[in-house]
Design a protein. Sequence first.
Length: 254
Amino acid sequence: MTGAVLVTGATGTLGREVVRLLAARGVVVRGLSRRARAGGDGVEWVVGDLVTGAGVAEALDGVETVVDCATTQGSKDVEGVRQLVGRAREAGVRHLVYVSIVGIDRVPIGYYRTKLACEQVVRESGLGWTVLRATQFHDLLFRVFDACAKSPVFPVVNGVRIQPVDVREVAVAVAGLVGREPVGFAPEVGGPQVRSYRELAQAYLRAAGRRRVLLPLPVPGAAGRGLREGGNLTPERAVGTGTFEEALAARFGG
């Protein structure tokens, strides 16, 4: 591999880890950011906006591989992927690696539909492509639980199981795809344990030293059915090793 690697979403939870791993390998890495950043640690930072397309063509100059870790968690994601794909074709990019979520084709919630539409744009891009789906990061659960813990009543979704994974382990899998041939759908990455949402919430509250009233929360319709049936899980790909309790200990101590 002689060309540079552009990482989008390079300042996000996953993107930061992917950038760090690639730079440590001696890969020429560009990190795409909406704001100017100082370079360093072997990373060239470039300014661009995937939704408007501003600066993206310039960021792709000389790039051989794109790793797309960007997300707005909204409908603009699809337009961002379209902009990226169009300019990547013009730049002669050889390989587009797109990071997605396990179960988006089985659980019909709004954001999952958006990610599925993004995958379709990637598959139909005409570029060499690889899609890697992962389960929920520990960090995502922390954000959700932190918000819930602000109230004396802590909602817990009924009958839902989660397979949380350490973002650093997902980053290793993503970075490992750089420099390889496109494979289409790569093997999924799931956390080491399938746990009930209630169990995880209770573990969080214990580690945080908080007492809250747990309020069962039903998830109606097809989305709830898909979650209760485990559509968001990949137990046969429980390849992660870092547990939720280990992540809690790292955050809260103990």
